[in-house]
Design a protein around this ligand. Structure first.
Ligand code: RAT
Ligand code: ZN
Length: 432
């Protein structure tokens, strides 16, 4: 006899419109399919920033997650690979990871799912047909189709004002797009000050190498000017596993005295993505970063010392996930989001999501895609829905067993909250 059968469940059925226990799975799955999600962190770009946005088969195949896997199965060295043209790189990866081996990893299976969703062959000897298909697409209608297949209404971009390719496009007045929300990314300023302060100086800001003197005030002025130009929904930075706050360093000072006040002034959250071990293997370039467990007392200190700020936080180490949930229970200015990068695999997403639901109810943002190539949103969001279905259904069945039925409307509200409104409210998106 299970504990559930010991309970008096006469009240379960009194709830108006309550679902039977065996109706829960279908209601959850239908709601996941019919709810358009907001993708709260990507590396995708609106068409007016077209020059920096990646899409199409060669970009899909040369995604850095696949490059890392390629070097495990090929005798081609990174040095040889980087000399290839984009087409040669894609051909080599296709041959090794999709023809000579079955594409069973999450990243390779994702490409298969994209090809299948777009009606393209998944077992071809080469990429000819896929290349022809993408060459015949026009970007605007392709974006609409891809968003539709992915079940998303909007994505959040990553916009670095010190990126030499991107910044001029903003300065010339890039057209905004309701489907693409800007984000002011701070990595060059906060993590690479030594190689970027001169760029600020050349733009008329009084910056110095040690970030002393007027630098802090000038960075704040720079950020507020870019906020006016971009209208970002948040500012963001990726951080190493060694991140500490407060810290007597260039990053620590700029964060405390320029970034956090600018976020308060502009009324937007700051996103901290913590736990990268940069360039563990530099020969792999973008694929060369690793992961390290961070000391989340930095999160405790930043939330405590800046109660007037809101923080979107994702941590890269699996070992940090539980602590992050505990901190979210202490600080309601902290919104955990996503299962980032090496965590975006069904087994780990399941573990993290169950832990978050158990500890935080529906007060977090379960996932973001981190897509770098447009069509990746198709497989990343399909996989998220597939993983979330059983987790959410199990959660409602446990509730049912404990004596409280749920209605379809409640399931709809919860899923909307997790994948839309938690972000809209936290980032105050619709108010802008
Ligand atoms: O997941 C990734 O693609 C990483 O390379 C990073 O871009 C990370 O998501 C980031 O935003 O720093
Ligand atoms: Zn990212």
């Amino acid at each position: 006899m299970t504990s559930a059968t010991l309970l008096d469940r006469s009240t379960v059925r009194d709830h108006r419109g309550a679902l039977n226990r065996d109706e829960i799975t279908a209601a959850v799955e239908e709601t996941l399919v019919s709810t358009p999600f907001i993708d709260v962190h990507t590396h995708l770009y609106m068409p007016s920033l077209g020059a920096v946005g990646l899409w199409g088969i060669d970009e899909l195949i040369t995604y850095h997650y696949l490059e890392a896997e390629f070097f495990r199965s090929s005798s081609i060295t990174p040095e040889q690979y980087w000399r290839f043209s984009k087409t040669e790189k894609a051909d080599a990866i296709w041959r090794v990871l999709f023809v000579e081996n079955a594409p069973v990893s999450e990243a390779t299976r994702g490409v298969v799912a994209v090809l299948q969703a777009l009606g393209l062959p998944t077992t071809g000897p080469d990429l000819t047909e896929a290349r022809e298909f993408f060459a015949s697409q026009t970007l605007d209608s392709h974006i609409r189709r891809v968003f539709d297949l992915a079940g998303i209404s909007e994505v959040v971009m990553t916009n670095d004002p010190l990126d030499p390719d991107e910044a001029p496009l903003w300065e010339r007045g890039a057209d905004s797009d309701r489907q693409f929300h800007p984000v002011l990314r701070l990595d060059r300023i906060l993590n690479k000050w030594a190689t970027h302060w001169r760029l600020l100086e050349s733009q008329g800001y009084a910056a110095s190498e040690d970030a002393g003197g007027r630098s802090v005030a000038e960075v704040r002025r720079f950020l507020l000017e870019w906020c006016m130009r971009m209208r970002p929904v948040y500012m963001a930075v990726s951080l190493p596993d060694t991140f500490m706050f407060p810290e007597d360093s260039v990053r620590g000072r700029l964060l405390a005295e320029a970034v956090l006040p600018a976020c308060r002034e502009f009324g937007i959250p700051l996103s901290l993505m913590i736990g990268v071990r940069y360039q563990v293997n530099p020969a792999l370039k973008l694929a060369g970063d690793g992961v390290g467990k961070a000391d989340l007392r930095a999160v405790e200190h930043i939330c405590t010392a800046n109660a007037g700020n809101r923080f979107l936080i994702s941590v890269l180490s699996r070992e940090n996930q539980h602590e992050l949930c505990v901190y979210a229970r202490k600080f309601n200015n902290l919104m955990p989001f996503g299962c980032w990068w090496f965590l975006n695999n069904p087994s780990i997403v399941e573990e993290i999501t169950r832990e978050r639901l158990e500890m935080l109810g529906t007060t977090f943002i379960p996932q973001h895609s981190d897509a770098r190539v447009l069509e990746q949103v198709i497989y990343k969001w399909r996989n998220t829905r597939r993983t979330m279905g059983p987790i959410l259904a199990n959660m409602y069945r446990l509730l049912w067993d404990d004596g409280r039925a749920v209605t379809r409307a409640e399931i709809q509200a919860d899923i909307k909250r997790l994948f839309r409104t938690n972000f809209e409210r936290f980032a105050r998106v619709r108010e802008q």
